[in-house]
Ligand binder design. Sequence first.
Ligand SMILES: [Zn+2]
Length: 393
Amino acid sequence: MKGSGYFILRLFSFVCLFCLYAPLAEAAEVRDVRLWTAPDHTRVVFDLSRNIDYEVFRLHAPERVVIDMKHAKIRKVTALVLPDPVVKTVRYGEPKKGVLRIVLDIQKKNIGLRSFLLKPMQGKPHRLVVDLIRKESKSVTQVKKVAVKKSQHDIVVAVDAGHGGEDPGAIGRNGLKEKDFTIRVAKKLAALINKEPGMRAVLTRKGDYFVPLRKRVRLARKAGADLMISIHADAVKTRSVQGASAYTLAERGATPDRVAVALAAKENAADEIGGVMLSQKVNDPMVRNILGDMAKRDSLNSSQLLAENMLLQMKKVGKIKYKTPKRARFVVLTALEIPSVLVEMNFISNPKQERKMRSSKHQTRLATALYEATRNFFRRMGLLDSSAMVPSS
Ligand SMILES: [Zn+2]
């Protein structure tokens, strides 16, 4: 049979290509290292030219965390942002031929380790993530709680600044990152809420570090939040597009809105960009038992009311993209007992808007709009005293 002989020849040459290439395979290259300090852990991220084999372990006296990467080398990397409460210094060497050893000198004994690889995603390369988890973090949160001296009966608003750390979110043409914009507006909104008697804000993210979407929901629940506001900025290819929009959670089986579904997919990808271990995703039961009883439906109605109010207020500050709130399955909105709204404040991809979004004054205006909407919402619910109500113009 002529054909099969040809096939074998083809197969042979194909296999042989591998024989040639295998020994020549380039060592993986560590191209950059970043460090993010979160309240309960420190995250070190290595950008890699390809996937690697690695090991992470502890060595004592002096305390250090060692990361051995097989068949890898390191390129000159930018200096890390230190100080960090755990990592003192980062150094590297080659203990054995072909093994790149990264050593993190640490100043705490009581830490847990977690590491995982991430596949390339939205312009990010292969990455190795190493988390150093501080075990005493509970006392830290307690101290912070004492700092806000307010009544236990206060209305609690969870203010969620989208993205952070490894996940910059959308990036404007002149370099403004969504994560930096959202944290500024979130902090301003929290400050306004904390000034209001009977209200208290809880930030799900306080600095530049990544918080998984489900953890944001968990933090809101733990704080006993009566409301959750997730702050974002949108981006599209067409630079002229602008305007604010508001989103609530869609019920399962609802007619999907194409725009909202696409946006939810983009926002839900944050976990893969910011770095969440697969096991962390699978083990979380929250997303599985979604929806059902009347209380949840009430909360969805409340979310709708709040979202409408937000658009009304945002209209005073700038343009609105969609007149009514849209619905989709955003992971960050899945605390069904808490009325939750995600707001895209505007399009960071519009250079004029990007410039405005950089301005502290404009950020204050946006935060004030969200604050007014929140206050009006609680007043309508009869939860906030309306005697001090100022007539709106
Ligand atoms: Zn976003």
